[in-house]
Design a protein around this ligand. Sequence first.
Ligand code: CU
Length: 137
Amino acid sequence: MMQKGTAMTTSRLRDRHAGALLVALAATILTLTGCSGGQAGVVTPMVTADGVQRVKLQYAGGAVEGGVARIAIPAGSTVELVVVSDVADEVHLHGYDRSSFVTAGAGTTLRFVAEVKGVFEVELEQRGDQLAKLEVS
Ligand SMILES: [Cu+2]
């Protein structure tokens, strides 16, 4: 009886965390793929006349256009992260912990100075869908 109870608790926990685990697993696979592929999948943002690194991501039909890319950002630069989406959600930049709501069929812009180095995920928070990884170095 004790074992049965334990099993049920475990399976409930598993259900609750299955989504997060899958996202983590997918992220790990993407990271590994990125590493083995060297520079493959690393995208350089467009630089505007005033030196802003502009990253534009388009989410439609349940996926980000062009797939989840690593975007190389020089540390210290001003970044404009533009996300256009066909669904309403919240764009979240991890690490910097910046977020902005986007309405369906519209776009939103996160503007920040990339002063912290590292690799940071950009995702649609409510869906848990990853849009890109910003690689600040
Ligand atoms: Cu998030």
